[in-house]
Design a protein around this ligand. Structure first.
Ligand SMILES: Cc1ncc(COP(=O)(O)O)c(C=O)c1O
Length: 418
């Protein structure tokens, strides 16, 4: 598909056909396309100062840092700027290892943290498999995800306590040498998995107890996506390191951020932070981030995502009630999954992770292709869809997107074992 143009929540292909962008590309075009303020910021920065090496201060860097202090969790005080989520996670792991003097990172199976060797090593999903073992870094362990619909520990929500968090404590105690636990606060590509409310506070408590850093990977969940600036705010939990990218510039230019507490920053006043990139704190990436944050504030987009959430949820619940192929819809803000199953009782999905990696044709891709033919793009992954439109989406556009899913989910209904 050749994309020739895009504006607001719509893409336009080379033939002039319009498509609703129901997943904001890769869950990143949060402001929508062709925002004039961001475009102007890019042009102005190019005129003013296209590049300065990372050792220098720039006006864009100062302005963005000031704004970040306003919108990030209050304990995030110092910033390392790079060019994407994977790079930001690489920085987070190095910082955690240098600061704690420990080596191991605990991640979870249902996770994605990027494709560079450290980030893919901490990725639980099968995109890691091709890199096993020589192509990735050692010293990463995987714990269970907090996925109540398909609990990896076989619990039900009513009886589990916080078993999946408690198991991570068991790992920390028995492994020793654990520097950090990394979590996507709401697991993104792997199913928009919202943890139960007790989970994140418990994880915070046990990390603090064992002197292990908590890294929040808010690459996808940040920037208003879930109805808060950052998803950790839903549970009042402050991480030690926060990693983000994507929505920080609404994807207009490539920027990643690794933010830390003052205590971690202070450590590196006396100890060399042996890390960096030519394009670190690149002015062309920082100024558009300033414009993005100001546009989000001007249009109150974080509140808008929270306000539209009940509407999106009610439309998706109607789908769930109508289509036997839907096992569960779940999400927060403007971040939702429609999880398809062959059988609602057994919760058997239409495809497995192995099917995806082995290139087997997937039903969700077939349905997504039908949606494209009718004028909507949507992200499909293994046996679910990720709905994450630009935060400027209207109710009418939500109706349009959900109506197309309604039309084409019939294909999955027909293959259900009742
Ligand atoms: C949660 C999460 N972390 C990290 C990344 C990697 O970011 P990037 O593709 O910018 O390297 C992604 C990308 O989708 C992501 O969703």
């Amino acid at each position: 598909m050749h994309i020739a143009d895009a504006e607001g929540c719509e893409l336009v292909d080379g033939n002039g056909k319009h498509y609703l962008d129901f997943s904001a590309q890769l869950m990143c075009s949060n402001l929508g396309h062709k925002n004039q303020a961001v475009i102007d910021a890019i042009a102005e920065q190019a005129q003013e100062l296209a590049y300065a090496m990372p050792g220098y201060a720039t006006a864009a860097r100062a302005e963005l840092s000031q704004l970040l202090l306003e919108v990030l969790p209050k304990n995030m005080r110092k910033f390392f700027f790079c060019t994407g989520g994977a790079e930001a996670n690489e920085a987070a792991f190095k910082i955690a290892r240098m600061y704690t003097g420990k080596n191991k990172i605990i991640a979870r199976y249902r996770s994605y943290h990027g494709s560079t060797s450290g980030a893919i090593a901490a990725t639980g999903d099968p995109r890691r498999w091709a890199m096993e073992s020589a192509g990735k870094l050692p010293n990463v362990l995987f714990g269970p995800e907090a996925f109540c619909y398909r609990c990896p520990l076989g619990h039900t929500k009513a009886t589990c306590g916080t078993a999946c968090a408690d198991y991570i404590e068991h790992m920390i105690v028995n492994e020793s040498d654990v520097a950090a636990v990394i979590v996507e606060p709401i697991v993104g590509t792997n199913g928009v998995i919202v943890p139960p409310d007790e989970y994140m506070p418990r994880l915070r408590e046990l990390c603090t107890k064992h002197n292990v850093l908590l890294i929040a990977d808010e690459v996808m969940t940040g920037w208003g996506r879930t109805g808060k600036w950052f998803a950790m705010e839903h549970w009042g939990v402050e991480p030690d390191i926060l990693v983000t990218a994507k929505g920080i510039t609404s994807a207009y230019v490539p920027l990643g951020l690794c933010a830390t507490t003052q205590a971690i920053a202070d450590y590196f006043e006396d100890n060399l932070f042996s890390h960096g990139h030519t394009y670190e704190a690149h002015p062309m990436t920082l100024k558009p981030a300033v414009a993005t944050i100001k546009e989000m504030q001007r249009m109150a987009l974080v509140d808008r995502a929270a306000e539209l959430a009940p509407y999106m949820e009610s439309k998706l619940r109607e789908l769930e009630a109508k289509h036997v192929c839907i096992g569960q819809v779940r999400g927060k803000g403007l971040f939702w999954a429609v999880d398809l199953v062959k059988n609602r009782t057994t919760k058997e999905p239409f495809a497995t992770y192995s099917d995806k990696i082995n290139g087997k044709p997937l039903l969700v891709d077939q349905i997504a292709a039908k949606c494209v033919a009718d004028g909507m793009t949507i992200q499909a992954w293994v046996s679910h869809f990720v709905i994450a439109p630009p935060l400027i989406i209207t109710r009418e556009q939500i109706d349009f997107g959900v109506a197309l899913l309604d039309k084409h989910l019939v294909l999955a209904d027909e293959q259900c074992i009742a």
